[in-house]
Design a protein around this ligand. Structure first.
Ligand SMILES: *Cc1c(COP(=O)(O)O)cnc(C)c1O
Length: 356
């Protein structure tokens, strides 16, 4: 049976990415060697990382003065690398979910943290508005897409200080005004590649303004200087990332990806809003994520939630169960998910509703 993959991460990748990765595991770039067994210093792999970096710059229109890095340690390591490199005294953070909470916890190791606003009071089901970022902080950090709660900030904020964003789960789903940022980071396993690599787009001259000693591997300048080759980078995920980036370019770039993502998300949110059985957990349409659509059953149907997950699996729908801190369902509609899968899910919702 054809599978419809709604997992939140690691998550669906394009068939183009998976097939080319599988081929390279057998024979990489006609070397007669597997991508798994070739030196990261070989000219063939250097070409991979160079092209991947150039494509990130091209797709996101990264201006001069920035470096694209391919790092290990996941987005979670960036929670500490950012303050290690940028927090001299005080930073401002927006608290919009679990990942933001984790980032705040790490930042507190390095200095004072001003939580400028939080949506914790309503289990992170909305994006706080009207908050002020003070001008005396070293930087402002926010999470652009809250993967667990299904809220998203789709416009690059204007703040009077350096800006850092965790874009792990919505990078490449819209054009970004990179010039507004000093660091953008994203674990690859949501919208780009298998787990194991994290992209960081860093403004070179934002580094070097803190006094503390920074361990070599945690200093962005190490990786800027060495082109992500200070040590062995995650070779296979970088290869896969390149395939996805080529695929994104071929499709028409981030504007076209955004058009498709909006179409998919609107269709599913409309189906949820129109149903008598399901209800979205994020009520303000302006705050709704186009990557992770969270919904539950209305109170009178609540005990059918498990049955619906089972029903979905009979239709080939996988990964639909909501995160344990929200419950219900979460449909992740990353770039590689086709509209066909959204249609299958909507049909399943309608059929299940008709039967109950
Ligand atoms: C998944 C996720 C993370 C955690 O990523 P790891 O690579 O597992 O550390 C952080 N932030 C956001 C927004 C995420 O979606």
């Amino acid at each position: 049976m054809k599978k419809h993959n709604f997992y939140a991460g690691p998550s669906i990748l394009s068939q183009y990415t998976i097939k080319n990765t599988a081929e390279a595991v057998i024979d990489f770039a006609n070397t007669g060697l597997s991508i798994l067994e070739i030196s990261h210093r070989s000219k063939e792999f250097q070409a991979v990382i160079d092209e991947a970096s150039a494509l990130v710059k091209e797709l996101l229109e990264v201006p001069e003065g920035y470096s694209v890095l391919f790092l290990g340690g996941g987005a979670s390591l960036q929670f500490c690398m950012v303050p290690f490199n940028l927090l001299a005294k005080k930073a401002a953070y927006l608290e919009t979910g679990t990942w933001a909470v984790n980032a705040i916890k790490e930042a507190r190791i390095f200095g004072e943290v001003d939580v400028v606003a939080s949506s914790k009071d309503a289990n992170f089901t909305y994006i706080p508005k009207g908050f002020v970022v003070p001008a005396d902080v070293d930087y402002f950090h926010y999470t652009s897409n809250n993967t667990i709660y299904g809220t998203e900030i789709r416009r690059d904020p204007d703040v009077p200080v350096r800006m850092v964003a965790d874009m792990s789960s919505d990078i490449f789903s819209r054009p970004i005004d990179v010039a507004k940022y000093d660091v953008i980071y994203a674990g690859a396993q949501k919208n780009l590649a298998p787990a194991g690599v994290t992209i960081a787009i860093v403004r070179d001259d934002a580094m070097g303004h803190v006094d503390r000693l920074i361990p070599t591997m945690l200093d962005y300048r190490t990786h800027i200087k060495k082109g992500s080759m200070f040590n062995t980078p995650p070779v296979l995920p970088i290869f896969s990332a390149l395939q996805t980036l080529r695929y994104y370019k071929e499709l028409g770039g981030v504007k076209e990806l955004e058009r498709r993502d909006l179409e998919k998300a609107h269709k599913l949110y409309d189906a949820i809003d129109d149903s008598r059985m399901f209800v979205g957990t994020v009520t303000d349409p302006a705050d709704r994520s186009i990557m992770n659509v969270c919904f539950v059953m209305k109170p009178e149907y609540k005990d059918l939630e498990k049955d619906f997950v089972d029903f979905c699996s009979t239709k080939g729908i996988v990964g639909i169960k909501g995160h344990r801190s929200v419950g219900g369902f979460r449909a992740s509609l990353y770039n590689a998910l086709p509209m066909e899968s959204v249609d299958v899910l909507i049909d399943a919702m309608k059929e299940f509703q008709a039967n109950h």
